[in-house]
Design a protein around this ligand. Structure first.
Ligand SMILES: Nc1ccn([C@@H]2O[C@H](COP(=O)(O)OP(=O)(O)O)[C@@H](O)[C@H]2O)c(=O)n1
Ligand SMILES: [Ca+2]
Length: 528
C-alpha cells in the first residue's frame, strides 16, 4: 500500500480480502485513477473553502463601519425660570432616520430666565455666554460654521410681550446680538407659541421613544406603526397637554395640528394654559386668596406648618396673570403655612373652572379637550416635583395622595433638617407644587385612579432630556420627512449575510449532487 490516507487504505484492504484471490487488473492504472480523484476532491474542497473565505471577507470589509460624519445643532430653551442650551448631534448620512439625533450636552445658564432682564436687557444676552462657550468646546471646530443655532422663548417671554411688547423685543435683540458673536450658523430668536411648545414636546418624546418608526422588515407591505405617547409639560409660567385622541371629534380647530411624519398622518390635540405653569399658578392662587380674604396676611394650607414668608407685591402682581387682582397698596404679603393637603387641594380646585363648556367636553376654563387616550410622558416640573417626593413610579393614586398629605403636614423645621442641600425656595414650594400637579391632572385634565398608571414621569429618554427643543430643531432643519424614505427591505448587512448563506447552500447542493451522480472512484461502493 502506497496510499497513506488512513480511511481509504483500510477500506481497500477490506475489499481486497473479500475479493480473494487477488484481482491483478486493479493494478497500477487503477491506483493512479484513485489518487487522481482524490486530488480533484482536494482541489475542489480547497476552492470551496477559498470561496467561502472570500465571501465572508467581502461581507466583513463591505460592512465595516465608516468613520462617522457627525453634524451638530444647538437649541436654547429660554424658559420663564431659566435658559438651557442643548447641543445635539447626528450622523450626516442618516439624518432622515428616526431616533438618530442625540443630545450631547446640556448647559444650564446661570441666573434667571431672559424675561427677568426687562430692566437691564443687555444682561439677557451676556447671561448666555458661558454656556455658548461650552457649546463651542463640545462641537469640533470644523463643524462650527455648519451648526445651526435656534433660540425659542416660552411662557415667560409670552407674558413679557403681553405686558410690554417693546421690552420683549429688546430682550430678544440682546440675546440675538450675543448669539451672533459665535462662529455658528445663527438661525433666529423668537417666542414660540404655546401650541408649538406642546406640539414640539410631543414630537420630541415620540421621536426619542422611536414611535414614528414604521416597523417593516421582510415584506415592505407589512408595515405596522406604534401608538404615540401623549406629552405633559409643566413649566413655571405655562403648562401643555398634547396627545393623539382616538376619536376624531374636532370641535375646536385651534387645538389640533396635523402632521405627516414618515408616511403617516397624525391629528394631534394640543393646548397650552398660560399662567398655569407652577410659579404663575402659585401667584394666581395667592392673588385670589388676598382678594378673597381682603387681607395681605394669609394662612396658607399649601406650605408646611411653621413656614413664614414675606412676598413683595411687585413679585405677586408683576405679571399679566395677576395684575388685575392688585387691590392693596401694601408692598408685602405675609404668608404663614398651615400644611393641610386636603384644604390645599380644595383651595386649588377653584382655579379650574369646570362649570362652563361651549363644547361637548372640556378640560377647564372653557377649553375643549377630547377623551384622554394612551400613555403620557410627563416632564419638566412634573418630573422634578414628583421625583423629589419619590413618586415617579407610584402607580397607585391613593398612595400618591397619602405621601403628599404626610409631606405637607411635616413642620418646616423638620423638612429643612431632612433636606439641608435643597434650595429653600424649591423646598418650601414642594407641598404646593405636588398638590397643584395632582389637582391639575385630576381636576384639570380628568385623570383618574384608573388611568393614573398611564402617566410616566420622566426626565430623559435614551440620554436626551424630554423637552420641546429636539422637536423644534427636527422641524426647522427638515429632518423629519413627510414620507417614509424608500429603502430596500433588507439592510445591507442582512443582504450580504443572506447572500453568503445561500451561496453556501447552493455550493453544498452542487457538491452533494456531484458526489451522488458522478461518484469519484475513490468513493464508489466497493472502495468506500
Ligand atoms: N431642578 C428643577 C428645575 C426646574 N424646576 C422648575 O421647573 C419649571 C421650569 O419652567 P420653565 O423655566 O421651563 O418655564 P416655562 O417657560 O416653560 O413656563 C420652573 O417652575 C422651575 O422652578 C424645578 O422644579 N426643579
Ligand atoms: Ca419649559
Amino acid at each position: 500500500m502506497h496510499n497513506k490516507g488512513l480511511g481509504i487504505t483500510v477500506l481497500q484492504e477490506f475489499k481486497w480480502t473479500k475479493k480473494m484471490p487477488l484481482d491483478t487488473s486493479l493494478g497500477k492504472g487503477s491506483k493512479q485513477k484513485i489518487s487522481w480523484s482524490k486530488k480533484v476532491l482536494i482541489i475542489l474542497g480547497f476552492l470551496f473553502v477559498l470561496g467561502a473565505v472570500a465571501l465572508i471577507t467581502v461581507a466583513v470589509v463591505q460592512n465595516k463601519p465608516l468613520p462617522k460624519n457627525m453634524k451638530y445643532g444647538i437649541v436654547l430653551d429660554a424658559g420663564s425660570s431659566h435658559t438651557s442650551v442643548y447641543v445635539y448631534n447626528w450622523p450626516a448620512e442618516k439624518e432622515n432616520d428616526t431616533g438618530v439625533v442625540q443630545q450631547v450636552e446640556v448647559c444650564k445658564v446661570d441666573g434667571p430666565g431672559i424675561s427677568s432682564y426687562s430692566k437691564d436687557v443687555e444682561k439677557a444676552g451676556l447671561s448666555l455666554q458661558d454656556c455658548m462657550n461650552t457649546a463651542k468646546q463640545v462641537i469640533p471646530k470644523k463643524e462650527h460654521r455648519d451648526t445651526p443655532v435656534y433660540l425659542g422663548a416660552t411662557a415667560g417671554m409670552r407674558l413679557l410681550s403681553l405686558d410690554n411688547n417693546k421690552i420683549a423685543d429688546k430682550v430678544l435683540l440682546s440675546v440675538e446680538k450675543s448669539l451672533r458673536l459665535y462662529p455658528f450658523d445663527f438661525q433666529g430668536c423668537r417666542i414660540i407659541t404655546g401650541q408649538e411648545e406642546g406640539a414640539y414636546g410631543w414630537i420630541s418624546i415620540n421621536y426619542m421613544l422611536g414611535n414614528f418608526k414604521q416597523s417593516s422588515s421582510w415584506m415592505p407591505f407589512q408595515q405596522t406603526s406604534t401608538e404615540t405617547s401623549g406629552a405633559l409639560d409643566l413649566g413655571g409660567a405655562s403648562t401643555q397637554i398634547t396627545f393623539e385622541p382616538t376619536d376624531s371629534i374636532n370641535e375646536s380647530p385651534e387645538n389640533f395640528m396635523l402632521f405627516r411624519l414618515y408616511g403617516k398622518t397624525y391629528n394631534v390635540y394640543t393646548h397650552s394654559f398660560l399662567c398655569y405653569g407652577k410659579d404663575q399658578a402659585l401667584r394666581l392662587r395667592l392673588a385670589n386668596d388676598v382678594k378673597n380674604a381682603g387681607s395681605t396676611n394669609l394662612q396658607n394650607p399649601c406650605f408646611n406648618p411653621g413656614y413664614v414668608k414675606n412676598m413683595s407685591a411687585v413679585d405677586l402682581y408683576g405679571s399679566p396673570c395677576t395684575a388685575k387682582y392688585k387691590l392693596f397698596s401694601s408692598s408685602f404679603i405675609l404668608i404663614t403655612g398651615t400644611g393641610d393637603y386636603h384644604q390645599c387641594q380644595q383651595n386649588l380646585q377653584d382655579m379650574f373652572n369646570k362649570t362652563e363648556c361651549p363644547y361637548s367636553r372640556c378640560s377647564f376654563n372653557r377649553i375643549f379637550q377630547p377623551e384622554l387616550s394612551g400613555n403620557f410622558g410627563a416632564f419638566s416640573a412634573f418630573y422634578f416635583v414628583m421625583n423629589f417626593l419619590n413618586l415617579t413610579s407610584e402607580k397607585d393614586l391613593s398612595k400618591v395622595k397619602e405621601t403628599l398629605k404626610e409631606f405637607c403636614s411635616e413642620s418646616w423645621q423638620q423638612v429643612k433638617e431632612k433636606f439641608p442641600d435643597i434650595k429653600e425656595k424649591y423646598l418650601s414650594e414642594y407641598c404646593f407644587s405636588g398638590t397643584y400637579i395632582l389637582t391639575l391632572l385630576e381636576m384639570g385634565y380628568g385623570f383618574t385612579s384608573e388611568n393614573w398608571g398611564n402617566i410616566n414621569f420622566l426626565r430623559k429618554i435614551k440620554g436626551s432630556d424630554a423637552a420641546w427643543t429636539l422637536g423644534y430643531m427636527l422641524n426647522l432643519t427638515n429632518m423629519i420627512p413627510a414620507e417614509l424614505p424608500s429603502s430596500p427591505p433588507l439592510s445591507h448587512a442582512s443582504y450580504v449575510g443572506l447572500m453568503v448563506l445561500f451561496s453556501f447552500l447552493l455550493a453544498s447542493v452542487v457538491f452533494i449532487g456531484w458526489l451522488y451522480f458522478w461518484k469519484p472512484r475513490c468513493l464508489q461502493k466497493g472502495i468506500i
